[in-house]
Design a protein around this ligand. Structure first.
Ligand SMILES: [Zn+2]
Ligand SMILES: [Zn+2]
Length: 301
């Protein structure tokens, strides 16, 4: 199995080299990501109620398949990830969004900016409902009808952030977020992630969950499918309990996809997030993971 993976990496490295006119550095990121494979724990078999148990048709996405997928790319003009608020946030909510914006910029190695918020009144009443005690917005409407017309000319993608709960269609109870794999639009909600005004600890806990959902949805906007093999930020999640059990970081395969998309070495992503988590103190496991990953790759360089 190991030799098959190594062969695949060699093939992918050669392919990456050709795309970059043979410069050696472009071949290195994938091999560097593979060096992190021992840090990527395998997912355990899904139990009833878990995302993969309820969605058995998901087959994952290899690195090679990702490279051939025609994912949405940045270019010299469309290079910024934009965030738009749907509805107002209080001071703590705006602080949380500021932190998430910085986080997404480090994570995806691209500029992140915001545009003027959209009032709830802009969402047609037919695209809202009351369900399970939550006032909800139809996330499909947000993706298909609201966001495309709001995208700035230099936007790679636009993701909406709201305190209202989300539902993709009448058959679903809710989703934490939803994103298009190809259209550069996404949305995520803080409605079920915690009461960030209850205490300082609640703020930190809700912030970590918000970062997880925002980065997960943004990964989709880069064309990444759900990760089914490793414990990873791109795992599908069917509940808050399942999401809380998943890591905030990417497995080595999804990191390889990110590096291929950004034409970046994984250390750029890992060092930024190691510093971020060390400073924020939101997740001890993340600090330990990023330190191990950075140490492995620094020894290689
Ligand atoms: Zn997802
Ligand atoms: Zn993954």
């Amino acid at each position: 199995m190991r030799s098959i993976i190594t062969l695949l990496l060699l093939c992918l490295s050669v392919s990456a080299c050709k795309q970059q006119n043979g410069h050696k550095k472009e071949a290195d990121p994938l091999a560097a990501c593979y060096a992190l494979a021992p840090l990527s724990g395998h997912k355990s078999a899904p139990a009833p109620g878990d995302w993969l148990y309820e969605h058995p048709g998901e087959t994952g996405q290899s690195i090679e398949r990702y490279m051939r997928s025609g994912f949405l790319r940045t270019d010299t003009v469309r290079r910024t990830l934009y965030i738009v608020k749907i509805g107002d946030f209080d001071t703590a909510g705006r602080r949380m969004l500021d932190i998430v914006s910085s986080y997404l910029s480090l994570y995806f190695l691209m500029p992140v900016d915001t545009i003027a918020s959209v009032p709830f009144a802009a969402i047609p009443v037919q695209q809202q409902r009351q369900h399970q005690g939550y006032r909800q917005i139809n996330s499909k409407y947000v993706l298909d009808s609201l966001l495309p017309g709001l995208k700035p000319a230099d936007a790679f993608a636009l993701i909406a952030f709201t305190a209202r709960d989300l539902y993709p269609d009448a058959a679903w109870n809710y989703v934490f977020g939803q994103a298009s794999l190809s259209a550069g639009v996404g949305v995520w909600s803080v409605a079920r992630l915690g009461d960030y005004n209850a205490s300082a600890e609640d703020f930190k806990h809700t912030l970590l969950r918000t970062m997880k959902v925002a980065s997960h949805e943004t990964a989709h906007m880069l064309g990444m499918h759900h990760c089914i093999r490793y414990r990873c930020n791109v795992n599908g999640s069917n509940s808050l309990q399942e999401s809380d059990g998943q890591p905030v970081w990417l497995c080595w395969q999804c990191l390889a996809k990110l590096c291929y998309h950004r034409n970046a070495h994984p250390l750029e992503h890992l060092e930024g997030l190691y510093a971020f988590h060390s400073r924020m103190g939101l997740d001890t496991a993340a600090v330990i993971y990023y330190k191990k990953a950075v140490d492995i790759l620094r020894k290689q360089s």
